[in-house]
Design a binder for this molecule. Structure first.
Ligand code: SF4
Length: 328
């Protein structure tokens, strides 16, 4: 079956309706073998040192995945580096399919973009909405994993991250992903309650570094809100596909994200936030907006390349968690 690379969440319903398989390149890059070497390979090919590690990893991963020759390029609403990434991929013979989230969340423009994608994949609304129904049923089960994380304290921050992040492409096989979720839910419903006393939110792009969630839990803190990952699950009840991708906060103005974060801070009773920023990412600038708009303590943590959480970050996390515990 034809595989379509994606570098961020897009209306995957369209891709599945066409009988194709979406592959989130971020996930195969970071969970694959030797992600650090993929970053280095892009630098050897000519990518500058001061460009985000995710972009370099995506470049090498796409070139290595020989059965992915088409990639959806989100030209608005994702990453400022996408244009150059796609241009360098095209130079290597990869076809790019443009898609844009209108910055002002204009419904007509978004519908036009989705319909352009549908025209490319030669599918109609009826086919797309059948897929939406199927994927929504899976999304609802992942919402339950999220609820078990923050309300019943039975799911770790990392499992919460993992299941939600995989909703970008449903691992390319919605049926088997659905079974995996059901099995996990069966265990999670009866799992003993987790006892960490400090409740954290994780905001910002998914981390390129590993070991963060486990480290937090080892010192008595737990992430009970993964902001962007949760957005990948489309946590809104709507039968309207255009509205679904309009409610999705990530591609639009940061103030929409802030509204969502504020609501979840209250609902999930969070003690503080970790704002993860990626070296050389334009989204680092948004840190100043979060600090101004959110009234809980925030620790800003920066990651550069795929690696284990370093000692300096651990020390900063220790001090932050201790301060939150003291304030409780
Ligand atoms: S972390 Fe920032 S710069 Fe890197 S791919 Fe994501 S949006 Fe782009």
């Amino acid at each position: 079956m034809r595989k379509i690379g994606i570098t961020t969440t897009v209306p995957v319903e369209v891709i599945y309706a066409a009988g194709c398989i979406p592959v989130d390149i971020n996930n195969i890059f970071i969970t694959g073998e030797h992600p650090q070497q993929k970053v280095e390979a892009a630098e050897i090919a000519g990518y500058p040192r001061n460009v985000c590690g995710w972009i370099k990893g995506l470049y090498t991963t796409i070139l290595e995945e020989k059965d992915i020759r088409e990639v959806i390029a989100v030209t608005q609403g994702d990453c400022t580096n996408t244009h150059a990434l796609m241009e360098t991929l095209e130079l290597q013979g990869v076809k790019t399919i443009p898609f844009a989230f209108p910055f002002d969340r204009d419904k007509d423009l978004l519908r036009l973009q989705i319909e352009k994608l549908m025209a490319y994949f030669e599918v109609d609304w009826e086919q797309v909405l059948i897929v939406k129904k199927r994927l929504d049923a899976i999304r609802k089960k992942v919402w339950e994993i999220d609820r078990l994380t923050w309300e019943e304290n039975r799911v770790s921050g990392f499992d919460n991250h993992l299941f939600q992040v995989n909703c970008s492409d449903f691992k390319g096989e919605p049926e088997s992903f659905d079974r995996e979720i059901s099995q996990f839910l069966e265990r999670a419903c009866h799992a003993p309650e987790l006892k960490q006393d400090v409740r954290l939110g994780f905001i910002g792009v998914p981390p390129i570094i590993s070991g963060l969630y486990h480290y937090l839990e080892s010192i008595g803190a737990r992430v009970v809100f993964n902001e962007i990952q949760r957005q990948f699950t489309m946590p809104f009840e709507t039968d309207d596909l255009v509205e679904q991708y309009r409610l999705y906060t990530y591609p639009y103005h940061v103030l929409n994200r802030i509204e969502d974060i504020k609501r979840e801070i209250k609902r999930r009773n969070l003690d503080g936030l970790i704002h993860y920023t990626q070296s050389f990412c334009f989204r680092q600038i948004e840190d100043l907006i979060f600090r101004q708009e959110l009234d809980v303590p925030i620790l800003t943590l920066e990651g550069d390349k795929p690696a284990q959480l370093d000692a300096r970050s651990k020390m900063r996390i220790d001090a932050f968690v201790e301060m939150l515990r003291w304030n409780k």
